[in-house]
Design a protein around this ligand. Sequence first.
Ligand code: 8YV
Length: 324
Amino acid sequence: MNRRILQVGPLKPSLAATLIERYDALVLPEDDTRAAFLAEHGPSIGAVVTTGRTGVTAELMAQLPSLGAIVNFGVGYDAIDVETAVERGVLVSNTPDVLTDCVADTAIGLAIDTLRGLSAADRFVRRGDWPRAGNYPLTRRVSGKRVGILGLGRIGQAIATRFEAFGCPVSYHSRREVPESPYTYAASPAELAADADILVLATSGGSGTQHLVDRKVLEALGPEGYLINIARGSVVDQDALVELLLEGGIAGAGLDVYTDEPEIPHELMTLDNVVLLPHLASGTVETRAAMEQLTLDNLDRWLADGTVLTPVPEAASRGATQAR
Ligand code: 8YV
């Protein structure tokens, strides 16, 4: 099998350096030399290393006829055309588990910040408004709030466990009801939102969840409800979200992800009931090091025996993990 490694899109600098030093990897150019590069090197590429932000399209795969594996740094792989990969027998791996805690921690941090106005209060202090402008306005209690989680996978479960410690009743909606889950199942995203004070999005991205949270769901959440999104921007109708935030149709939002990153709707910049993070949920030294290690472990496994350690579910269920 062809064993040449190709880096597609920017990577964590230490990972990019390791790929070059240890694996003699090539880097896909992003300028107008790309076509010539692919014509020359495309046939020799055996594996691609990429991230959830760049991914691999069917069009790129078509130029890599010997491709055997796509190794993704990140748990979300909606930027990879997995259907095409599976059809071609190309393995796809991601980095589950190692980032679950940090992403769940971020969801809790966003919820507390959004309801209690911590970032806004920090700006209040830095502006010199305390005590000149009086006391900071009262905010909303987090403990005991009804939490609805959309997507009860690993990350959704970890978020649920944390909210339980805050005395929050937890309900969820997933494609399928999770057997033996202690949490209340809601039949649809709108039903989940209607009974929640805090709606947390923890589902995967991609076409199957595109605008799962539409205007109707946001209206069901209502003027007292808060939205927290650590999943993917594509899950929410962002235009509807902005409109409802501007007109008081929902109480606030804590967002780590957006429709068109790094673009953030400018209307949100002035709203103190909105907390805006730059897609950092997994971004700790410890977790990113673990993601890097798992990425390399997947690559090593593929080089050793043509399998990967952590295949994405679609690839695993279609038998694409067989040694090739
Ligand atoms: C990363 C993520 O920021 O794992 C994911 O799906 O969204 C994040 O952990 C991203 O994949 C790294 O580029």
